[in-house]
Design a protein around this ligand. Sequence first.
Ligand SMILES: Nc1ncnc2c1ncn2[C@@H]1O[C@H](COP(=O)(O)OP(=O)(O)OP(=O)(O)O)[C@@H](O)[C@H]1O
Length: 366
Amino acid sequence: MSNSVGIVGLPNVGKSTLFNAITQAGAESANYPFCTIDPNVGVVEVPDERLEKLTELVIPKKTVPTAFQFVDIAGLVEGASRGEGLGNKFLSHIREVDAIAHVVRCFEDPNITHVAGKVDPISDIEVINLELILADMDAVERRIDRLGRRVRSGEKEAKLELDALTKLSEAFEADKPARSVELTDDEREIVRDLHLLTMKPILYVANVSEDGLADAESNPYVRQVQEFADAEGAETVIISAKVESEIAELEGEDKEMFLEELGLQESGLDRLIRGAYKLLGLITYFTAGVQEVRAWTIRQNTKAPQAASVIHTDFERGFIRAEVVGYNDLVVSGSMGTAREKGLVRLEGKEYVVEDGDVMHFRFNV
Ligand SMILES: Nc1ncnc2c1ncn2[C@@H]1O[C@H](COP(=O)(O)OP(=O)(O)OP(=O)(O)O)[C@@H](O)[C@H]1O
């Protein structure tokens, strides 16, 4: 499963600084076979206190967190949809990611040029969003043109498709993204293969200066970003990319001391990782054996055999049943044995929908 979040934003807003922090703090991609090895891809492990607790309980030889990837998508400038800058190449990179983290400059620095001459988060967001909307509009219009003959000959499916495309096209005309359009499940299915850029879930990353981190909530630029995001039903994560790149160089106690000095509970990167994981619609289940305690990523509403397939396809093919105990039940019990004695370990079949925090053991036969 390749879950990836693309980092986008105008030039000089702090994307590379943030991406460097990600790769510095990042995980060995070798541990995660699904991750791409590419200089523009940074693998991050998902911080999860539950995994630490399970490690204390089971004392395994190894603990492995779950991971996903960020992709650095540099090169978006005004006019990209018309081929300016890296233009279409840039847009095709966004097409491949599952969600978007949009970095917005909320720091002042006279020495760092702003492409538009001044710091103006809403205008920056709108420039990028407009490029994405124009690219989507182009894709939708080309599809509408191709449908023409089939619609005229009265084909019912073509008519349904045209209705969906028209709704999207009207939204684009009003500078609204595809994700704001209400589509039926059927319509959503029909337009899925267009991989519309503005259909992808998005979160905004407000990049503030180091000094501005303490009272970021009162930074008017941050407030503007938050209001914009709220109106779209999107989340905002406030970070200082510069500070994150410093934190990423530290480990253990040094890192904790630095965070304490800054008055932070956890790094902004950890908050961003968690926000992005949620944005992708992902949940975690665990396996907990003496060899290895490990977190695994699945989409919400995944049934047990498909959840098992992220460990190995044989687990899905030969799935018999799963032994399941909820994380809290296991922690309260103190051990798998006690949880079993208390009747908290359930046997579940093929139709079981795995929940976030389930501790699973699969029985299979191939
Ligand atoms: N939070 C911050 N506070 C102060 N300066 C910052 C912050 N984040 C980034 N910078 C500085 O802003 C400058 C531009 O950052 P960066 O190169 O990361 O931008 P970018 O978005 O990757 O630009 P490009 O797309 O042109 O590569 C750098 O000098 C960087 O150190």
